[in-house]
Design a protein around this ligand. Structure first.
Ligand code: SF4
Length: 466
């Protein structure tokens, strides 16, 4: 790779940097070792720790490069992309140079594994195409209006299905950081990575990324399941928050699975326990309890969204299936009065009963687009509720076992949200211990043994990515 320069951009999120400063530095040093025979320039965001040169916007950063780097192709990658495949980078560079592209992207490969190339002939102009407001942390793919700018963009398409594995090659969370650190000497490339993942399946599963917890058993009686009696205790929730902070610090926390979290008599107290966590939180209401005060509380927390599952568009069906104390019209009026809707989502759960409501539902809530969701119904191993299903043809290990935990309102933890099998209880075991229990089922599925519980064999929810 002659006449090239590697541009390492540090746009690591400050929360990640604060928590994993030591590990991130090692990862960065490993990358520098890997690139030791090349010219490297390190540039960063305004909070970056590893460079002298910091920029407030992506445009300024590339304006700086247009002056600094002349006559060289630029290889752009994340400052922590220690698993970069140099073999495949060479192939992309060759492809780009052979076709004389201005810019060369990869479309179907994970970020951090193969970089993006900007040609020596184009780098002088590139900053002119970048939108003013784009931060250094913005993805370059989103920072330029590629289609209408007349830039000659090459897309390097690989036959690899690696992207299906959904492995993070950048240190975006604790699990990804651990596996990037574990891999010290392997020169991974597209020819050997599948074999490597097959031999080391545990790297796909370090800690939960999505944890759903039921606060209250009151459900709408529509495509839900019977729940244990009683609401979740404050003490159990306090333990949950402590465990999450220690073990799954970047997991998305969903409050409410089938029950309505707003029905919990101490919702305010529970919710305030989340104050110190940086985690993204989803509050999933079934529209069984409406409270302006609770909605405002939810919206006041950063990184938090509220979903109302409404599912119907006629009073008749709404009354029949949702069994809410409110009429559909009352719920509509309540939602329309919510002043700030940026954190609000409206949902329809797709089943035989709701199928013919979809068109009118989308029309009715079009002002909230794109925050309108059509959700796949939980099937609990049955097929009857489903209208259509587009599962991939080739079965792989279940994503739920790889990244989720489901906790009911008595603290019991399920194998997954489709299964009735209880693997333990949060009141007796830590989240870490409960997570370890499910590893056996995950590894079995990696070996194509799809009978972790009574319904795994026939289940077709294994490909759902929450
Ligand atoms: S295959 Fe289905 S039942 Fe089995 S763990 Fe995955 S989602 Fe649950």
């Amino acid at each position: 790779m002659k006449n090239t320069v590697f541009i390492l951009i540090d746009s690591c999120h400050p929360v990640l940097y604060m928590r994993y400063q030591h590990q991130l530095k090692i990862i960065h040093q490993n990358l520098l070792k890997k690139l030791s025979s090349y010219e490297v320039i390190i540039l960063g965001d305004s909070h970056s720790q590893i460079t002298e040169k910091r920029f407030d916007s992506l445009k300024f950063l590339y304006a700086y490069l247009s002056d600094t780097v002349k006559g060289k192709d630029l290889i752009i990658l994340d400052a922590y992309a220690a698993l970069i495949s140099l073999d495949d980078t060479k192939k992309v560079l060759e492809y780009s140079n052979t076709h004389i592209y201005d810019v060369c992207l990869t479309e179907n490969l994970p970020e951090g594994f193969v970089p993006m190339i900007i040609s020596k002939d184009f780098i002088g102009d590139f900053h002119n195409y970048i939108e003013e407001d784009k931060k250094v942390s913005s993805s370059l793919k989103d920072a330029v209006d590629w289609e209408f700018q007349g830039i000659d963009v090459g897309v390097y398409l690989s036959p690899s299905l690696l992207v299906m594995e959904r492995v993070d090659f950048l240190p975006v969370n604790k699990g990804a950081i651990e596996w990037i650190l574990e891999d010290k000497d392997t020169d991974l490339n597209l020819d050997n990575i599948d074999e490597y993942l097959k031999e080391n399946p545990e790297i796909l599963r370090h800690c939960p990324q999505y944890v759903a917890i039921e606060l209250h058993p009151q459900t709408d009686g529509f495509n839900t399941r019977a729940l244990p009696e009683g609401e979740l205790s404050i003490d159990t929730f306090r333990k949950f928050v402590t465990d999450i902070d220690e073990f799954a610090p970047e997991a998305l926390i969903s409050l409410g699975i089938w029950g309505d979290p707003f029905c919990h008599s101490q919702f305010k107290d529970l919710f305030s326990l989340l104050e110190k966590l940086p985690n993204r939180v989803l509050v999933e209401s079934r529209a069984l309890f409406l409270s302006e005060e609770l909605c405002s509380l939810v919206f006041s927390r950063p990184n938090t969204e509220l979903i109302f599952d409404i599912s119907f568009t006629t009073e008749e069906d709404f009354k029949k299936y949702k069994k809410s104390n409110y009429t559909l019209q009352e719920i509509r009026t309540f939602i329309h009065k919510i002043p700030n809707k940026e954190q609000l989502w409206i949902r329809l759960t797709r089943t035989h009963e709701t199928e013919y409501h979809i068109k009118s539902f989308l029309k009715e809530w079009q002002d909230l687009m794109p925050r309108v969701i059509i959700n796949k119904a939980d099937s609990f191993g049955k097929e009857s509720v489903k209208v259509v299903d587009l599962a991939p043809l080739q079965r792989h290990s279940c994503y739920a076992l790889r990244r989720e935990l489901t906790i009911l309102n008595d603290g019991s933890v399920l194998l997954c949200r489709q299964s009735k099998d209880v693997i333990g209880n949060l009141n007796k075991k830590s989240l870490k211990e409960l997570w370890a229990i499910n590893e056996v089922s995950f590894l079995a599925q990696e070996q194509k043994q799809f009978d972790s519980c009574s319904i795994c064999k026939t289940c077709d929810d294994w490909w759902i990515w929450n």
